[in-house]
Design a protein around this ligand. Structure first.
Ligand code: 4AD
Ligand code: MG
Length: 460
């Protein structure tokens, strides 16, 4: 039998037909003669209303059908008399899959997002999390579609790695050694030659380096995978485990790179507006009355492109007192990024960052001071994308790696791509959760990934 979802049933006009509805009871109201049960199965934010003639069902059965219970209803699809729905189901038979006597942890009103994080195993059953996860799915699909339609190939880069792609030392170790009794070298340090891979390994912070190897063969590739960072920053925008999309493109310079990033973000926001209308309207009403307007601004405006140096001038001449002082050379803080986005009233792409605050692989500009980096700054979320043109010159790259203490011996394979048939190339990384934060109007990264991993938090 083909099991129809609530979404499919709601769009049916096959009045009088026999249907089966399976889902969770969202509320229960009615009179002595009749009960109304809105049922939701997560296929859409909308519920389908089941109408129960109480003379046909025992009191015992009805007692078990509480809010949160899971039921299967066989009945007749009819045109609805009530407001707000087009069809409803007159129950003929009800099978109870999941009833319970205890108080349901999901009460109807007044549950804070903080409380819902403590019951992350049940929160997908709320309207909010149903909406967020459906939008997340749509964005995942949209990302694959965007790249596939443009001739990019998806590459699966490793999750366990021996290199620190960002050179920031924020990695989670992967080992099978006995932590209580690890094998030691004569000098007392741990002997990783005895470990599973015969060397030190970690969870990846980025698939970029392997992505570059693929781009220097297949021209246009993208990765889409989990990424791990042991940065102890307890902020609403950082997770220890997040998903990153990293396109890498041969023969693209920094301007081409910006074009792809801007096209992709516009495409995705438009995709959400077209495919997630019900969910976005709900989120707009619940959390951010300006949400749909903000999404439109991204779709309909050319992003502001400027250099880091010019941005520093804008910040300095703003007359605004920032908590972190603005000087050429400093890393931009959230407050600075927010100011720029609000100032230009649109997303901003900054390029030409000082080399000292960026990763070793970025292409050095002729001034010897700045690199061809680009950060895309969005309202509220700040940096949504980080990327650059890559240093394709062997000697310059080696020099930069030495200056920044990147272990060149371990990265021999990365360096060899510059030795054999190097090519100008560029790429960037989009943080999926940052995109979902922006598109859903949610304000904490813990609420846009089903089971967040943040400091001291890995319960579910
Ligand atoms: O700027 P990042 O560190 O760049 C890279 O990792 C490059 N290898 C990307 C590339 O050029 N291929 O990270 C890229 C993006 C950020 O802009 C942000 O959206 C997201 O990844 N991100 C995080 N998202 C959630 N939690 C964290 N801890 C994040 N760190 C970075
Ligand atoms: Mg960055």
């Amino acid at each position: 039998m083909i099991i129809k979802t609530v979404k499919e049933l709601l769009s049916s006009t096959d009045y009088g037909s026999k249907v089966e509805v399976k889902g969770w009871v969202r509320s229960k109201r009615g009179s002595k003669e009749v009960a109304f049960l809105p049922i939701n199965d997560g296929s859409t934010i909308k519920n389908i209303q089941v109408v129960v003639n109480l003379t046909a069902f025992s009191e015992d059965t009805m007692k078990k059908i509480n809010i949160g219970a899971c039921i299967c209803v066989n009945g007749e699809l009819v045109q609805s008399q009530g407001k707000g729905q087009t069809v409803e189901v007159i129950a003929k038979e009800i099978e109870i899959y999941g009833a319970f006597d205890e108080a349901y942890p999901l009460q109807k009103q007044g549950m804070s997002l903080e409380y819902l994080r403590e019951i992350a195993h049940l929160r997908p059953r709320t309207n909010t999390f149903g909406a967020v996860f459906r939008v997340r799915h749509a964005m995942t699909y949209g990302i694959h579609k965007f790249f596939n339609d443009r001739g990019f190939y998806n590459i699966h880069t490793p999750i366990i790695t021996g290199s620190d792609a960002e050179g920031a030392g924020q990695m989670f170790r992967v080992t099978t050694l006995d932590m209580n009794n690890p094998p030691k070298n004569p000098d007392g340090t741990i002997d990783y030659k005895e470990d599973f891979f015969g060397k030190e390994t970690n969870l990846t912070v980025s698939g970029q380096l392997e992505g570059e190897l693929a781009a220097l063969a297949l021209s246009k590739i993208y990765t889409f995978g989990p990424t791990f960072r042991a940065e102890n920053s307890n902020t609403p925008r950082h997770a220890a485990e997040f998903w990153m999309i990293e396109p890498e493109m041969a023969f693209h310079d920094i301007n081409d790179n910006m074009d792809v990033a801007e096209d992709m973000l516009k495409y995705l926001v438009k995709y959400a507006l077209e495919h997630c209308k019900d969910d976005l309207e709900f989120l707009n009403n619940m959390y951010d009355k300006e949400l749909l307007k903000k999404l439109d601004i991204v779709v309909n405006n050319k992003f502001q492109r400027m250099t880091y140096t010019d941005a520093i001038e804008v910040l300095k001449s703003s007359g605004k007192k920032f908590e972190f002082a603005v000087e050429w050379g400093v890393d931009l803080q959230k407050e600075h990024e927010n100011f720029l986005v609000e100032h230009f009233k649109r997303p901003v792409i900054l390029t030409g960052y000082p080399k000292d605050i960026k990763a070793f692989y970025m292409k050095l500009n002729d001034d010897g001071k700045t690199v061809r980096a680009m950060d895309v700054l969005f309202p509220y979320v700040g940096e949504i994308i980080g990327g650059s043109q890559r240093e394709e010159d062997y000697d310059k790259l080696l020099k930069r790696m030495r200056e920044m203490h990147i272990p060149e011996k371990e990265m021999w394979w990365y360096l060899e791509t510059r030795k054999f048939g190097t090519a100008p190339h560029s790429g960037f990384g989009l943080g999926l959760e940052r995109l979902i934060l922006f598109v859903t109007g949610m304000s904490n990264i813990r609420d846009v990934i089903a089971f967040p991993r943040t400091p001291k938090n890995a319960e579910f």
